[in-house]
Design a protein around this ligand. Structure first.
Ligand SMILES: *[C@@H]1O[C@H](CO)[C@@H](O)[C@H](O)[C@H]1NC(C)=O
Ligand SMILES: *[C@@H]1O[C@H](CO)[C@@H](O)[C@H](O)[C@H]1NC(C)=O
Ligand SMILES: *[C@@H]1O[C@H](CO)[C@@H](O)[C@H](O)[C@H]1NC(C)=O
Ligand SMILES: *[C@@H]1O[C@H](CO)[C@@H](O)[C@H](O)[C@H]1NC(C)=O
Ligand SMILES: *[C@@H]1O[C@H](CO)[C@@H](O)[C@H](O)[C@H]1NC(C)=O
Ligand SMILES: *[C@@H]1O[C@H](CO)[C@@H](O)[C@H](O)[C@H]1NC(C)=O
Ligand SMILES: *[C@@H]1O[C@H](CO)[C@@H](O)[C@H](O)[C@H]1NC(C)=O
Length: 585
């Protein structure tokens, strides 16, 4: 065992942090739970991330669903920030506001493309002129129309082109929004017939129908000139209402889809490309959630002048509160990067939101990629996960190659790390030991930890966070290798009963190879009231917690069950860097 404390008076930091924290002073409700290194507006409500993209000057842009007037949903506008590194952001003028008859009730979500209309950076969005819109009520005809805007000045200002796609009247819709713009030479050649020089622009629209074949739909449109759009006859992807996500999942594909993205993972390697969609699903789940983000990977096929997506494997993009993820491909780093919206988990309490003065943020930027692992043995435990894992038998090794969706925080986030606060190696965590309290005294930090369960695969271990000195508040991250269940227990996260206290969880199995049981590799991002947990580059779980006590900053390793577990490594880096350096603290 080896402990290394780089800051000397570590245990004192808890009380020092107290003095520095402006709890109890005016404005404290605003700052108490406000994250520092996560993306969010200067104040007020935000939801979906929109049109992450790069302009020709090399700058990144990120827009977001924003209410300029209040901390609750309404008056949908595109807020805007720009960045040169995807970590630090500068506020820009709102990019799109309601000022036309066709969008007078809101500028809903959409996507962007660097070389768009007349070769200029272009965004597609949903222009709203009728409300309310919900999959649960009659759809008001023409409520959501698709519109474009472009920029002549690298994103500083945006010129509206108007509606390019009115809502077709002829189906029983539950939604028709969130245009996703892209090009595809693969689609071009599948549709071209003999004309090889045809280059289309494509746009998917998310929604659903409650007609006889009810369920989520992804419609595919093509255009030659950005202005005239033609619907391909068959939906790109569709699901019967409440159809299971896959054979082994208790999640369904819901009633209505939002914010779908389509792209190809591992595009460079022709023989091992995966056509991929990510979708925000609306419906009623077994787990009492009303929306959840899914991914599906598979192939495409041409059919009757249409292109259809055929899923092969699928899963949950983030098992927690994350939703409406939106992505872009950065050619500079070869990464497909996405952000999701993280709302408040405060029982939608209006008083809390008004007093806080803001609501919602984005996840840290994440990379999604084709995850592959060779030499994997098939175990009984994998049985209930095969809907999300593709197996290819390797004849020579007599083992499997598994493929699935990879998800991890982008590499650039390591720049946020301050000097290491706590670092330990090869620490045997057993019931006989008193577990080390690693009091960071910090409210924003990253932890990396590697757990080796091979000695006792029936053990359950993890990290307890945001624990108060008296133990009255704490939040526990725990992994159970037997059930493959990763849980975040929030029953004692906050003494304030208005905040959610349910356990958030998701499953992902550790894999067996010739080297034995894979180690659990955790990355945990904590920022005041948000916790993002990543595991083994293929699992994400985001949650919100609202500790009330000043001392709720303790961090400790946790062995909940079993004899012992080897903590091969655990490192805690405080993060004092901020996402928006130009804002007042
Ligand atoms: C914001 O939206 C609300 C509700 O739709 C509306 O009553 C109000 O006039 C809007 N405020 C502004 C400043 O547009
Ligand atoms: C679709 O939903 C609307 C609103 O709930 C309802 O009026 C209509 O009858 C539904 N149509 C079908 C075919 O279920
Ligand atoms: C829409 O739903 C109605 C029943 O509510 C049905 O009669 C009609 O055929 C549906 N339209 C389509 C295009 O499915
Ligand atoms: C192929 O498509 C392009 C673009 O629409 C068009 O200009 C050209 O005339 C077409 N060629 C043939 C042989 O149809
Ligand atoms: C092909 O599409 C046309 C036009 O939408 C439709 O009438 C026809 O039934 C479709 N054929 C098949 C085999 O799906
Ligand atoms: C994971 O644990 C949670 C909390 O105990 C529980 O509600 C859930 O059913 C478990 N999931 C599985 C698949 O065992
Ligand atoms: C969780 O919150 C609900 C609703 O406020 C409450 O009824 C319940 O007692 C709480 N559970 C715990 C363990 O605090």
């Amino acid at each position: 065992m080896c402990f290394r404390y780089l800051s000397s008076s570590l245990l004192l930091l808890g009380s020092l942090a107290l003095a520095a924290d402006h709890l109890g002073k005016p404005g404290s409700k605003f700052s108490k739970y406000r994250p520092t290194y996560h993306f969010q507006p200067p104040k007020n409500w935000m939801n979906d991330p929109c049109a992450p993209m790069k302009t020709p000057d090399g700058k990144y842009h990120l827009f977001y669903q924003y209410n300029p007037y209040d901390a609750i949903w309404g008056n949908m506008t595109w807020g805007h920030a720009s960045s040169s590194d995807l970590i630090h952001w500068e506020d820009e003028e709102n990019a799109l506001e309601s000022d036309q008859p066709y969008d007078h009730l809101g500028i809903f979500s959409g996507s962007g493309i660097t070389k768009g209309y007349q070769g200029k950076p272009t965004v597609g969005y949903t222009a709203v002129s009728k409300l309310p819109i919900s999959w649960k009520i009659d759809y008001p005809l023409d409520a959501e129309q698709q519109a474009l805007a472009y920029t002549d000045d690298n994103g500083a200002t945006w010129q509206k082109l108007g509606v390019v796609l009115p809502t077709p009247p002829d189906v029983n819709r539950t939604g028709f929004r969130d245009p996703f713009l892209f090009r595809s030479s693969t689609f071009d050649s599948l549709l071209a017939g003999s004309n090889r020089s045809l280059e289309n622009i494509y746009m998917t629209i998310s929604g659903g129908t409650n007609a006889t074949t009810k369920g989520g739909r992804l419609w595919l449109y093509k255009s030659q000139d950005w202005i005239n759009w033609e619907l391909l006859p068959a939906p790109f992807y569709g699901a019967a209402g409440d159809q299971p996500l896959n054979k082994f999942s208790e999640y369904t594909l819901g009633h209505n889809w939002e914010m779908a993205n389509y792209f190809v993972l591992n595009e460079e390697e022709k023989a091992n490309q995966w056509h991929t969609v990510i979708i925000g699903v609306e419906g009623n789940s077994k787990y009492n959630t009303i929306r959840w983000p899914i991914w599906a990977m598979g192939r495409i096929q041409a059919n009757n002048n249409s292109i259809e997506f055929v899923p092969v494997i699928s899963g949950i993009l983030d098992n927690g509160i994350d939703y409406a993820d939106n992505s872009f491909y950065d050619p500079a780093t070869g990464q497909r990067i996405l952000w999701g919206w993280v709302t408040e988990d405060d029982s939608e309490n209006l008083q809390i939101r008004k007093a806080q003065g803001w609501s919602g943020m984005l996840t840290v930027p994440r990379e999604i990629f084709l995850y592959q692992k060779t030499g994997v043995f098939y175990t009984n435990q994998l049985q209930s996960h095969i809907g999300g894992l593709d197996f290819t038998w390797d004849e020579t090794q007599q083992t499997n190659v598994i493929s699935t969706l990879g998800i991890r925080p982008i590499k650039q986030l390591e720049h946020l790390r301050d000097q290491v606060d706590v670092e330990l190696h090869d620490f045997e965590l057993g019931h006989s030991d008193t577990t080390p309290y690693i009091t960071s005294g910090k409210r924003s930090y990253e932890i990396s930890a590697v757990f080796d369960f091979s000695k006792d695969p029936t053990a359950q271990a993890g990290i307890t966070l945001m624990r108060s000195e008296d133990g009255k508040e704490e939040t526990t991250i725990l992994y159970d290798p037997v059930t493959a269940n990763m849980t975040i227990t929030r029953s004692r996260s906050s003494l304030n009963p208005l905040y959610a206290n349910t356990t958030q969880w998701g499953t992902f199995p550790l894999l067996y190879t010739a080297d034995g049981l894979e180690k659990l590799e955790l990355r945990v991002f904590v920022d005041k009231s948000i916790i993002e947990v990543f595991a083994n580059d293929r699992f994400a779980l985001t949650t919100r917690v609202y500790p009330t006590l000043h001392s709720s900053t303790q961090v400790t390793l946790n062995l909940a069950k079993g004899q012992s577990v080897l903590v091969e490594e655990m490192t805690l880096w405080p993060i004092t860097d901020r996402a928006f350096l130009n804002r007042d603290k």
